[in-house]
Design a binder for this molecule. Sequence first.
Ligand SMILES: N=CN[C@@H](CCC(=O)O)C(=O)O
Ligand SMILES: [Zn+2]
Length: 422
Amino acid sequence: MSILITNIKQLLQVHDSNVTIVKGEAMKTLPVLENAYLYVEHDTIIEFGEMKDCEGIEAETVIDATGKIVLPSWCDSHTHIVYAGDRTSEFVDRINGLTYTEIANKGGGILNSAKLLQETAEEDLYEQSMNRLDELIKMGTGAFEIKTGYGLTVEAELKMLRVIKRIKQESLAKITPTLLAAHAIPKAYRDKKQDYIEYITKDLIPKAVALNIAHYIDVFCEEGYFDIKDTEAILKAGKQYKLKPKTHVNQFNVLGGVALSVKYDALSVDHLEELNEADIEALKGSNTIPVALPGCSYFLSIPYTPARKLIDAGLPLAIATDYNPGSAPSGNMNFVVSAACVKLKMTPEEAINAATINGAYAMGISNMYGSITRGKKANLIITKPLNHYSQIPYAFAHNPVEQVIINGQLKDIKNPEENFRI
Ligand SMILES: N=CN[C@@H](CCC(=O)O)C(=O)O
Ligand SMILES: [Zn+2]
């Protein structure tokens, strides 16, 4: 199978030599080739260049992209796509004045989703999750991190892992599984949190590792959930099994989770709606990438991650959806890219870098995903006709995507019969 895309108005994120992350000032640069072509064979980007050098290249499928923009598919490095049902009633409670924390303290929130997930059959959970994923592939996302964390029992967490494994095997998208071992404290352990930590470290982690699905470990380090001591115990247990951290930190309070995550060589620290100088200092010189989740800030009306402070300090930044039923019930990366510009004051170049190559870095896959580089996987967005790539974030809540190529396969997103499964 070979595909040649011709007359591309702007080909974005083009790199002759492989890049795996962009940081600080460099995020302002988005390499663009005007009037370009791109040639794909099987699942791989083979060649690209200016149209004047395209002569003689033949392919089974030729796409004329006159007036259109081609870019690497979005890389969404933080999702909770595997969940059951929804939390619409809590949404209405919040409109009527309750806060996310008040709802959680009443036994709602994550515990609500955990109860639903525990009661949902594995097959049903798979179908619900796969449908969400298919919808998002149509919106241009080609790689997803997916977390567990709505199980809260060994049995239900393993069920989530098996569902994620099946999605990984059956979807054309690239999937990175994360064991969110410690997401909330179940009711039964409310007054004996230490017992729950032991349950996670001694029972859940070894059993999850035995399935050999997740290579990352996550903890919700937050007041009312897991404090610094708890988080360290869980990251330490994960380390024994070579699970690298990707943590939820600083969503509502600064507890020191950033420095702790860096100490355990985290791949990413996510949320950071609250951030202090010590956090920024801890990140400098580390291999840990901060990840902002503007959809969560939007939905919960909480502060936006101070992206400027991070980028202006020379750090890298990724953006992701945090798609989940409680704090961000949308997996639309086009919206996230727009919100990054409007609310985080990132330039379109910075936002697109954050949603492609840096998103891939935050999943540990940027050697093969996130840029237009020879040898990398062909996960691509072909937009509708646009004047300039800045229109992607500018026209917020519009869908700029016309076609996607996922794992080298051309997909017509307007065709309701189209499917994204292997
Ligand atoms: N903050 C913790 N976890 C999710 C929300 C989970 C939920 O409310 O169901 C998040 O990243 O926002
Ligand atoms: Zn999350």
